[in-house]
Design a protein around this ligand. Structure first.
Ligand code: ADQ
Length: 481
């Protein structure tokens, strides 16, 4: 029997649409790790269901966009009136901060009409809209893979509609300790829904353990080493550390265009050592903490001034949320201060770019980087660290990695692990990385390169899907008895 067709459901489609005429659309790749990871899903016939990144109110627009997306294997979910309170509100200003230990903002803007309840209602409605689209496109035998905190109610809607549907749910962020998760008013509803899925996956053992603990203390249900049992129904809970598509990075780094970029960048940087940061501009990525640590390093190591630079590429996301504007201003303020203190007429120590860069340029930068600095305050995995390892070859740069990124558990042995809140510790790690012997760099690089090579996104998707396919659903069990 062939492999089943896969319906991937996530908030965002891999492409973001822009209307360029009454009936025509242009597309750009959506930013972020989930999209990067899922682009590696090549072994399955896949339909991707998600929001196209734009509000479309008219029938002509909806129809023409659906046709254009169908050619890319994508099916749009139109969220329109619920989008703001669902996406900017419940998802990104309530769930995201709780899942990353940033607390719960009572409201996300000064507007008394927007409450926790109104945002949760929008979340329910949006999940219902996702459900309607999945229902319309579902064919017998399809496997449905739901991604992330945006669609936690979807498994329940699907199973209530048709208990024979095979449903998996994977969380790309951390799942927090139950003490943090317990603060969420709708904590029990979300857990109960996720538990209707046949397979629930996380990046690390810690996240899976936190989830199981939350189920035990909030729902009072039993756990086994394989999962949890709720009212006689067993849900498998397992760990699937995500990877990248290593060959894509390795092969791109060898292209002549990329090699030309490497030469050009090295020339532009005037022989200075390069410390690189590549992050979505997000509070969880710890970019201000990174700048403070670099400032400390420059303060304490006068001999390195003028010989090292930090290039931070910070692609803005979630522009509809005030916090994201604040973090941008905070970063700009710090960069101004540090460049003012330590810059010269010919060079400044920090270059901060508020934008995404093209893939070939990104690979060229990874390849010539001396130190990749990842200071996430919390991060589900962090794919940037793996991408850097894949592109490094002759240079064998050093990875400084936050212990609060999931990647710390897989790439920690070949990295310098740091607590990003400890500015002094990160500053010391920068010094250690810049002074590391070639032998030690090579030793560390080998460990991580071997890991990144053998833990690809394809492997991750295959592991999840194979486990999901082999699970006997509760409906099948009942039919057999
Ligand atoms: P993200 O928070 O988006 O992903 P990450 O895993 O680092 O974080 O992935 C970011 C992706 O976007 C990478 O592929 C990177 O190359 C790309 N990117 C970032 N900034 C860029 C820029 N300026 N220009 C070009 N490309 C850029 C979420 C979770 C993570 C988890 C992933 C996958 O927050 O913890 O690792 O999903 O599960």
């Amino acid at each position: 029997m062939g492999r089943p067709r896969l319906l991937v459901v996530s908030m965002s489609l891999p492409v973001t649409a822009k209307r360029v005429g009454e009936e025509s659309w242009s597309f750009t790749m959506s930013p972020g790790g989930l999209v990067s990871a899922l682009l590696g899903l090549k072994e399955f016939e896949t339909k991707w269901i998600g929001w196209p990144g734009v509000d479309v109110h008219d029938a002509v627009g909806k129809k023409t966009l659906s046709v254009a997306l169908a050619e890319k294997g994508c099916i749009p979910v139109f969220l329109e009136e619920v989008c703001d309170q669902y996406y900017n509100g419940y998802c990104n200003n309530i769930l995201w901060p709780i899942f990353h230990y940033m607390g719960t903002p009572p409201e996300y803007r000064n507007d008394a009409t927007i409450t926790y309840q109104s945002q949760y209602d929008a979340y329910k409605k949006a999940n219902q809209i996702f459900f309607d689209v999945v229902k319309e496109h579902y064919e017998d035998g399809d496997v449905i893979w739901c991604h992330d905190y945006h669609v936690m109610l979807l498994p329940q809607y699907l199973k209530e509609y048709n208990s024979k549907m095979k449903v998996g749910w994977f969380l790309h962020t951390p799942f927090p300790s139950s003490e943090m998760y317990k603060t969420l008013p709708s904590r029990a509803d979300l857990l109960r829904s996720v538990l209707t899925a046949d397979l629930v996956g996380f990046h690390t053992y810690d996240f899976a353990r936190h989830f199981v603990n939350a189920c035990m203390c909030i729902l009072g249900i039993e756990a086994t080493s394989e999962g949890v049992v709720d009212q006689g129904k067993f849900t498998r809970v397992a760990v699937f550390p995500i990877g990248i598509e290593p060959e894509r990075f390795i092969n791109t780094s060898a292209l002549s265009e990329v090699i030309q970029y490497m030469e050009k960048f090295k020339n532009d940087f005037g022989g200075r050592k390069l410390i690189l940061g590549v992050d979505r501009l997000d509070t969880i990525k710890g970019i201000p903490q990174k700048y403070q640590a670099f400032e400390k390093f420059l303060e304490e190591n006068e001999d390195w001034r003028g010989k090292v630079m930090l290039l931070q590429i910070a692609v803005p996301t979630r522009n509809g949320i005030g916090e994201y504007q604040k973090i941008k201003d905070q970063c700009h303020g710090l960069v101004g201060r540090i460049n003012g203190r330590f810059g010269s007429i010919s060079a400044v120590p920090i270059i901060h770019l508020d934008r995404s860069i093209d893939f070939n340029q990104l690979c060229a930068l990874y390849a010539i980087t001396d130190v990749l600095l990842v200071t996430s305050l919390r991060d589900g995995m962090n794919l940037v660290s793996s991408e850097f390892v894949a592109c490094q070859k002759a240079e064998k740069g050093v990875l400084i990695l936050s212990e609060f990124a999931g990647a710390g558990q897989s790439l920690g042995a070949g990295a310098l692990l740091v607590n990003p809140w400890n500015i002094k510790e990160v500053s010391t790690a920068i010094k250690e990385a810049l002074n590391m012997s070639p032998e030690e760099k090579e030793r560390k690089h080998k460990i991580n390169f071997q890991y990144v090579r053998t833990h690809s996104t394809q492997q991750w998707a295959d592991d999840f899907m194979n486990k999901l396919i082999e699970i006997t659903t509760n409906a099948e069990l009942q039919a057999a008895n």
